[in-house]
Design a protein around this ligand. Sequence first.
Ligand SMILES: NC(=O)c1ccc[n+]([C@@H]2O[C@H](COP(=O)([O-])OP(=O)(O)OC[C@H]3O[C@@H](n4cnc5c(N)ncnc54)[C@H](O)[C@@H]3O)[C@@H](O)[C@H]2O)c1
Length: 385
Amino acid sequence: MAQDERLNKFQTIHEEEKVRSDKKVKVGIIGTGWIAEVHVECFLTMEDVEIVALADLVPGKAAAFAKRYGLENARIYESDEALLAGEKELDAVSICTYNCQHAPCTIHALQAGVHVILEKPFTVTLDEAVAVMKAEKESGTILTIGFQPRMSRNMQMIKKIVESGELGDVYYLQAGGGRRRGIPTPFGTTFIEKETGGIGAVGDIGSYSLDMLLNAVGYPKPLTVTGYTADFFGKDPGYYPGHPEYADKFGVDDFAAAFVRLEGGIILDFRISWAMHMDTAGDALILGTKGGLRIPSTDCWNGDFDKPLTVYKTVAGEPVSYQVPLFEDDTPCFVTKLRTFVDAVKEGGKAPVPSSEILYNQAIIDGICRSAELGREIEIDIPEI
Ligand SMILES: NC(=O)c1ccc[n+]([C@@H]2O[C@H](COP(=O)([O-])OP(=O)(O)OC[C@H]3O[C@@H](n4cnc5c(N)ncnc54)[C@H](O)[C@@H]3O)[C@@H](O)[C@H]2O)c1
């Protein structure tokens, strides 16, 4: 086959894969819990999106959800597989299940040939992330991971500062933030049970903290990790007023710390907390050969920090610092997260937050959990995909 012909063939496939821009993107929602509300509220603001189906394992939950949002025309299913089998015209799905169902649901959707926006964290284990990416490779459809802080201008500024060269060569990253009392049980126990959450603070908010820093420095490959996890608060019945029984259900971590070596000689000093006797584990820091950046303590999840970034430099031999003014985002980052996904689906574009980056995020989380269990440093081995 001549080269032109080969390229044209790809062009044709590419064109066919696009959702025609005059057509509505048909979306299904898998898992109709807490975060699905945000997905649906954002999709409902988009005239070129139609929510055609919803699924939840809990009988009646998806139907009640549909009623709440005026989606009476949407078809209702009791599992991701039933939805994917029943919907022949589907373009995309939002996967809003608890963590342990991220991998199976995403693999099913990719095998069904639909585009996927998957909530964070990517998966529970590294093996699951690799299996998902193999399915992604075979499907050729888009898989994006739902890290909305990536869409915030203030968060984007962190990466811009690093890429501008203002800090020189980065050699040290320190994660900060974390919560004093914030084990997420407002709507039940799916975050804290091993069978549903799989991992605790390390995946829930640790994944954001890792993404903020690793994305800024171009996602270097993690090499080794010494990890620690704790569950002192989660397992204390006194932590949950009115729900002491949650302590027995708690099967994940509520605090994690780690020391990670990254490719390129960069060190990552990580800590995250759902609960601790401290207001914050501190600010996040990026140290480079020409400058340092202080990122005020943040949970990261909503793309916000309430104080400006500070850059530290040496100018004319003197230590100086300056603040970067905070930006106001015109559109909430949750809307932009879903809008950029829909645009990629319509235009045959790339995943806004690609799995190839988040694989390293997941490898660190997996490494922290395994190292903590073994009580020693481990090497991070990422299989070929
Ligand atoms: N991006 C954010 O800011 C943000 C905020 C909250 C939660 N999340 C993430 O979203 C995910 C869901 O969180 P949540 O608070 O909505 O949890 P949730 O427990 O309230 O809802 C999850 C729902 O998924 C359903 N489900 C599980 N497996 C299913 C399957 N195979 N088919 C159909 N339904 C299935 C459950 O029955 C449940 O109703 C978590 O991974 C969490 O980390 C992200």
